[in-house]
Design a protein around this ligand. Structure first.
Ligand code: CAA
Length: 694
């Protein structure tokens, strides 16, 4: 059964050191075959009198990416990853970790690539760790709605202290080898962690230690252990900000037990909480997203081989989006030329880039050296001729079809035939934008989200004529700059904004019928969004939508009335809320205005329950998602979920709109949509696509 052990753990012995090299799959996920093979190799090394120490190694790409996620089935009692009885002859991960920690001879972990989750837990049980300079180490379990399940919550604080440990566990973010060395997570950084010299030094360090096992190291936790409540206090702010509040709470409880009670008690709490989280709907939702994000990288018709290398790029437009996109490209080492029509706009844009970089330096998220290197890759220009030698141009100009068509025609005339042309439009048709170019096949949409240097999503819009090279280059570039690309088709607003428009219309309607902005925003925040629609509107500014509506001859009575009263949002100190700086507060004047608009529209206001507000915000946009799927604008339901989680702050622990619909039941969503269609007389609310038959 399974792969032969010697193929997934290679063993060689030289100078008394047994080198156990894991090579299972692409990232050494600790599935049952690997666990079984490692345990057997360790047993042999323990018994071999010629072996005086063990060196645990992985692949250049990964020491290990942790427990095998594909073995997590919350409905099955037997989960091999952590805490449950292992299958047949394969130990569970905890037992393997204990075998390493209690090993009678020094065990050294040589970390190359990533050591994540169970992979880092295994390394933390070793008696010393050497990391390659480019290694990344982390406990990302919270991003799967889990907590570390193989001793991570009790061992990490013993190595790096409670404060750093909580920060890693609650954010799920990995750290560099240099940071790991500074914090005590690794003992040395070496170009080749398996080199004899590095290993001999590590063994000597281990032999000099008073206590070899991580579980016996108490110095870093002594202070917190002596003052119960310290862990809770240290967790404070991070607990509030955690993307999964349930897993965060569970993790803090395990960390506290491991420090304030004992190592073994910590392990017990960890095991209990891990099981609880594994069985939770929040974790199921986030594991769905992990798989959906990876499935989205393989859209139908994508040929990754067709991607062209992007050595240099151009960005047209130095506004907020253009500047952010330029920063995102430059942070991946791609030199960028930003083209603007006016000197003043160009200067303003570049000054803003400088400011953004200064902020990231002051926050410690970037070193001064990195910021300077990034900035040196961004050049400004007033001449399209300066992008004549680039491989990709991303247009991020004013959202106006005529303006964009003009830019594409101008670019088409100067760039070489194999240069890819992308538009960052958020609503307009890529096909119409491409219409004036000679080579429509090289045109596509790359729709970034603001701020573009931060937000992870890129909707890659495939036009009718977009060819394989353009699509593959768009997807590959998005990945290269650390974004999550999702391929979508052409329609007004693509996937994300098209669904957002439906939600916004409903939010406005709720105000007319009797709700106030504070209630609507609170309901969405209680659901898990970081902001409600009206707070979001005030932040973005209400005037753009108002002007667009005037141009289109449409209305949004409440928003229009606010704009007519000069309330454009935060920038004018008043919108749906009144502002002192960025702090908004409810404003009786807004209530008066809304009541007046309801009256003018002939609507009798009534009390709306939170439950109705939630359903009326979410179900119509889910319905729009069903239409989008039926039209083939998105390929899979999971693509829509990824877009909403990565681009619109849909809470990951609720899996995305279509996952959520499945969770509450398609039949229920359809029934409520029929009900609301009848109640409001709005036939667009009638169930569509797969919901129509539910
Ligand atoms: N288990 C199973 N499969 C995994 C995996 C894991 N832990 N990590 C990655 N893979 C798979 C991916 O699904 C992908 O498979 P396909 O090629 O079939 O799509 C393949 O390995 C390569 O992964 P990526 O496409 O994601 O490659 P990447 O280079 O973009 O990223 C990575 C590599 C950084 C390791 C990323 O995959 C990752 O973050 N993995 C998850 C790490 C993680 O969350 N580990 C914790 C697991 S839970 C745990 O360990 C619990 C515990 O405490 C006991």
């Amino acid at each position: 059964m399974g792969e032969p052990a010697d193929r997934i753990v290679d063993v060689s012995v030289a100078d008394g050191v047994a080198r156990l090299t894991m090579r299972s799959g692409s990232v050494n996920a600790l599935g049952r075959d690997l666990r079984r093979a490692l345990a057997a190799a360790l047993d042999r090394a323990a018994a071999d009198p010629d072996v005086t120490a063990v060196l645990l190694l992985g692949q250049p790409r990964a020491f290990s990416a942790g427990a095998d996620i594909t073995e997590f089935k919350s409905t099955e009692p037997e989960v091999a990853g952590a805490g449950q009885p292992g299958q047949a002859d394969a130990p569970d991960l905890r037992a393997l970790v204990a075998q390493v920690e209690d090993f009678p001879k020094p065990v050294i972990a040589g970390i190359t690539g990533v050591a994540l989750g169970g992979g880092l837990e295994l390394a933390m049980a070793a008696h010393a760790r050497i990391a390659a300079p480019e290694a990344r180490l982390g406990l990302p379990e919270i991003t799967l709605g889990l907590i570390p399940g193989a001793g991570g919550t009790v061992r990490l604080p013993r190595l790096v202290g409670p404060h750093r440990a909580l920060s890693m566990i609650l954010t799920g973010k990995d750290v560099t080898a240099a940071d790991a060395l500074r914090d005590g997570l690794v003992d040395a950084v070496a170009e080749d962690p398996g080199a004899p010299r590095a290993v001999t030094d590590a063994i000597a360090r281990v032999n000099a230690l008073p206590a070899r096992r991580t579980r016996d190291r108490e110095d870093r936790i002594a202070e917190a252990a002596a003052a119960p409540g310290t862990v809770e206090r240290l967790a404070g702010a991070a607990l509030g900000k955690a993307k999964d509040p349930f897993a965060a709470r569970a993790a803090v409880d395990a960390v506290a037990a491991g420090i304030e009670e004992s190592f073994d008690r910590g392990l017990e709490v960890e095991r209990e909480k891990f099981q609880e989280r594994l069985a939770s709907e929040e974790s199921a939702a986030q594991r769905h997203l992990f798989a959906a994000e990876r499935a989205a990288r393989r859209p139908a018709g994508l040929d990754p081989e067709a991607a062209r290398p992007v050595r240099r790029a151009g960005v047209v437009g130095a506004g907020t989006m253009g500047g952010g996109i330029a920063m995102a490209l430059a942070s991946a080492g791609i030199p960028v030329t930003v083209v603007e029509a006016e000197r003043s706009a160009l200067d303003r844009g570049l000054v803003q880039v400088d400011k953004n970089l200064a902020v990231s330096v002051s926050r410690g998220s970037r070193s001064e050296g990195d910021a300077a290197a990034l900035r040196s890759l961004i050049t400004g220009s007033l001449d399209y001729g300066d992008v004549a030698d680039v491989d990709l141009v991303i247009e991020a100009a004013y959202e106006d079809l005529g303006v964009k068509q003009g830019i594409f025609a101008a670019l088409d005339a100067v760039v070489p035939p194999d240069c890819i042309l992308a538009s960052n439009t958020s609503y307009l048709s890529i096909d119409v934008i491409a219409a004036g170019t000679r080579l429509r096949s090289r045109v596509l949409g790359l729709h970034f989200f603001s701020p573009a240097n931060v937000m992870p999503l890129v909707e890659v819009v495939r036009g009718a004529a977009t060819d394989a090279a353009a699509l593959a280059t768009g997807v590959a570039t998005a990945r290269r700059i650390g974004k999550t690309p999702v391929v979508v088709g052409v329609c007004h607003g693509f996937v994300g904004n098209r669904m957002l428009e439906v939600r916004s219309a409903q939010a406005e309607q709720l105000l007319l019928e009797g709700a106030l902005p504070g209630q609507v925003d609170r309901v969405l925040k209680d659901f898990g969004f970081r902001m409600g629609p009206f707070e979001m509107g005030d932040m973005a500014g209400l005037d753009i939508g108002w002007r667009n509506r005037k141009a289109e001859g449409t209305t949004a009575p409440v928003s229009d009335a606010l704009c007519e009263a000069g309330r454009f949002g935060q920038k004018t100190g008043a919108g749906y809320y009144a502002y002192d700086g960025r702090e908004g507060r409810e404003d009786p004047e807004v209530e008066r205005l809304i009541v007046e608009v309801s009256h003018t529209q002939g609507v009798t206001r009534r009390d709306l329950s939170d439950a109705e507000i939630l359903e009326r915000l979410l179900f119509p946009m889910i319905n729009e998602g069903a239409r989008i799927l039926a039209e083939g604008i998105a390929e899979r339901a999971g693509d829509i979920d990824v877009i909403w989680v990565k681009g619109y702050n849909w809470p990951a622990y609720r899996g995305g709109p279509l996952w959520y619909a499945g969770h509450v039941g398609h039949g229920y969503v359809a029934e409520r949509l029929r009900h609301y269609a009848e109640q409001t007389g709005d036939a667009t609310l009638l169930p569509a696509g797969f919901l129509a038959g539910a």
